[in-house]
Design a binder for this molecule. Structure first.
Ligand SMILES: [Zn+2]
Length: 63
């Protein structure tokens, strides 16, 4: 089940959306995005906790 995380859930106003096949993949993508776009040097345990709480399973709509 694909996972999705919206950056706006962490940093309001950002329209970046990370998607991946696993939570780890999504977290890796959002961590990279936060480091490069939001100039955050380190992902602290607090931020990681917030990230994990914000990841959700993408609802698959009938194609
Ligand atoms: Zn962002």
């Amino acid at each position: 089940m694909p996972k999705t995380l919206r950056c706006t859930d962490l940093i309001p106003g950002c329209d970046f959306v990370a998607r991946g096949q696993s939570e780890d993949e999504v977290i890796a993508r959002i961590a990279e995005h936060i480091r490069t776009k939001h100039r955050l040097r380190a992902i602290t345990p607090e931020i990681l906790k917030q990230i994990r709480a914000s990841v959700y399973e993408e609802k698959v709509t009938a194609a």
